[in-house]
Design a protein around this ligand. Structure first.
Ligand code: AMP
Ligand code: GLY
Length: 430
């Protein structure tokens, strides 16, 4: 089975990751029409934004039929966790339309940390030792905390908008946090809490495209999660990313392939979980040994903005291999250049932040960088800030220094009230 020679694509999502996907899809020789739901001011310049909610499956169905959509690409996790794959796959009228993303069962790797940990244990995939607790077992949890050494890692089981992981230095603070989580701090997402061993090391993000049997490893990236320089302050969605990651060398990646990627794909197949999509493995390099910190069932943001510009081959061919089980025959070529993405955020982010400020300078930028929109919206012919993360600026270079300095130069040509970005992206790897 193949996708048609010219196809119409519906891309779900509206952040920097989706602008990067839209940009890459638009380069395909095979693209007919590209629709982005809901998209942002950046995707509007590449395809057609449509005012659809990616979790309103009934309206997605109507859109797919009316616009002769041949492929659905899912950016964020929420529609996947809510079962968009199953909905489309099981509908008589649209079941022929492939969806890039796992089934609802597969999406539990991200949707439930307890499920993900148990999956890793079943398939002997290296991860931090853990136990899960609920309100009924809170006393056992307190006892378990007393057996661990600080720091203590507590994770709400369900999706908590990236805020569900809390790391604490004292047992008393960990117990208090646990009580709050089980008491509803994160709503139902915290009905179960995973408590795990703290792993010390340096993190990276490994992205795998799979058809359920074969796989391709995409460029490895490192993201910068905290708001402040030197990785200080509050956690954010991500303040920048660099690819490749120097410590993720051939020796390290061979361990990742044999101890993590292959057991993961084999485990999914053994458990009869349909998975034709991206697996994002958050890894900790503990003295040369990779451990899984988390699975996500989608690409990372802002990592995608650094990863896709390094892929030279046609991404529609990759989607085709993922959708039809022919990834072993798909060609994937990767640029040896370094990509550096620097995210510009709104004043106040990740707390409550400014919105609606006009962004100037976007129309006369040098060609050295690609500016992906994250939180932007068009308003009366102007482009305005419309989210915490506003823009993700990516440059390719011969070194991290070279690539980040191009991104900084581009950012200096862009203005909006309260613009902030980290000037130390990639510094720890130089
Ligand atoms: P997550 O939301 O799962 O990405 O976790 C957020 C961050 O918490 C991760 O990126 C790590 O920096 C940190 N983290 C999570 N689990 C552990 C662990 N077991 N040991 C050390 N750090 C962790
Ligand atoms: N950059 C981390 C994430 O997308 O979850």
């Amino acid at each position: 089975m193949k996708l048609p020679a010219s196809l119409n694509v519906l891309l779900l999502g509206g952040g920097g990751r989706e602008h990067a996907f839209a940009w890459k899809i638009a380069q395909s020789k095979r693209l007919g029409k590209l629709f982005i739901a809901p998209g942002n001011a950046g995707t509007a310049s590449i395809g057609m934004n449509v005012d659809l909610n990616p979790t309103n499956f009934g309206s997605l169905k109507q859109f797919i039929i009316t616009n002769s959509i041949n492929l659905v690409v899912v950016g964020p996790e929420e529609p996947l966790v809510k079962g968009v794959w199953n909905f489309i796959h099981e509908d008589e009228q649209i079941h022929h339309v492939p969806v890039i993303g796992p089934s609802m069962e597969g999406a539990r790797l991200e949707g439930s940390k307890d499920f993900a940990k148990a999956f890793m244990v079943r398939h002997s995939i290296p991860t931090a030792a853990y136990k899960s607790f609920s309100k009924a077992t809170i006393d056992e949890a307190y006892t378990f905390i007393d057996t661990l050494k600080p720091p203590y890692v507590l994770k709400a089981d369900g999706l908590a908008a990236g805020k569900g992981v809390v790391i604490l230095d004292s047992a008393d603070a960990a117990k208090a946090e646990l009580a709050e989580m089980l008491g509803g701090k994160f709503g139902a997402a915290g009905n179960t809490v995973v408590i795990e061993e703290f792993l010390s090391g340096i993190e990276c993000s490994v992205f795998v495209a799979t058809d359920g049997e074969n796989y391709k490893v995409l460029p490895v990236a490192k993201d910068y999660k905290r708001i402040g320089e030197g990785d200080t302050g509050l956690n954010t969605g991500g303040m920048g990313a660099v690819s490749p990651v120097p410590f993720a060398d051939e020796v390290f990646m061979e361990k990742v392939r044999t101890t993590i990627i292959e057991p993961t794909i084999k485990g999914l197949a053994e458990e009869k979980i349909v998975y034709r999509g991206f697996i994002f493995i958050g890894l900790m390099n503990v003295a040369g040994t990779p451990y899984v910190i988390e699975y996500n069932v989608r690409m990372g943001d802002p990592e995608t903005e650094a990863v896709l510009p390094r892929i030279e081959s046609d991404i529609v061919d990759l989607f085709e291999g993922m959708a039809f089980g022919s990834l072993d025959k798909t060609e994937l070529t990767i640029s040896p250049k370094t990509a550096a993405t620097v995210v510009c955020v709104a004043e106040g982010y990740p707390g409550s932040y400014r919105k609606g400020d006009e962004i100037s300078g976007l129309d006369k930028l040098s060609k050295e960088s690609t500016v992906f929109h994250a939180g932007t919206a068009g308003k009366a012919g102007k482009i305005c800030t419309n989210g915490g993360r506003v823009l993700a600026v990516t440059s390719l270079g011969d070194s991290i220094e070279n690539a980040v300095s191009k991104s900084f130069d581009t950012i200096e040509q862009i203005e909006y009230a309260g613009k902030y970005y980290r000037r130390d992206i990639g510094k720890d790897l130089m």
